[in-house]
Design a protein. Sequence first.
Length: 366
Amino acid sequence: MLNHKDHFHGSDLEKIEEIYHINKEDIISFSANINPLGIPGDLKKYLSQHLDAISSYPDREYKNLRSCIAQYCGTNPQNVIVGNGSTELISLMIENVHPKRAMILGPSYSEYEREISLCGGHTLYYPLKEEQDFLLDVQDLCVHLTSRLDMLVICNPNNPTSTSITYPQMRRILDACLQHGIFAMVDETYVEFTDPASDVSSIKLTNYYTNLVVLRGTSKFFAAPGLRLGYAVTGNQDMIRKVSTRQNPWTISSLAEIAGCLMFRDKDYQKQTLDLITEERDRVYRELCSWKSVKAFKPSANFILVKILREDVDADELFDHCIRKNMMIRNCSTFPFLNNKFFRFCFMKKEDNDRLLAALREVLED
């Protein structure tokens, strides 16, 4: 049984290997929220054919890449900023706004609060409530948006709750932000897993709101966290100029630029991913809803948040049981407002999902 306080992130496979003596290559990571199809099929061959690209600098302005991104998500290339993963862009955007007081919808990704703190800002959390299935009460949020705030940070779909804010709801929020002079940063890391994404994405709203920036990356949907390719979309040209001035040159490698252009054009891969995730999301959610030992919160992304209802079981025990079967889930007790009764896992291929469900059932439904 796990007898320490380590709570592992999906990228912590080396720590797992050290503590549990399991080869990291043998672990199925249900914690990292990465597309189970792996990288697009033609990408390896395509990159091998273009290895000579590393002998020269990429285009400093990444015109071709920004054009591909703009076509992919439905915006203008002049509204696109590329970065070394969405993590770099989160940092750059927060540095640019430099908020004294920022609000984050929580529970959510910890990097937002960290970056705000590094800039000398203070973070307030607006809690998504368990009794409302972690769905946002938009009207109540708008009441809490005042001129005392400089920035609002929203992960949509939200990690770890897998809940989403719809396009019309986001317009109401942005109207309130505009009224009070609040800049909104919306992280859409998981939006491509939603069906349809157009009901959730705020990209189109960047044409109407200059107080908005939308962030995305290739780590999750395109299964390429090592590529370190992210992008931001905003209609605020002044922000783009300021961020571009602060950003180091050539933060995207030549190979990442080439890979991005291929991935954003691969419609077959995108459809296969969405078909798989949609089917498995519905199937796994229905299965968990039939168990008396848990409360499964309806997911909209490629992962699901679950609460353990049994008093004699917690997420530490469940993590330990699964990892010894070479499957890694996420203990969510490190997220604000959650405790060690909550865990999260992403949807993989059907056979892997069935293996995990069987392992969970051994502990929870025994």
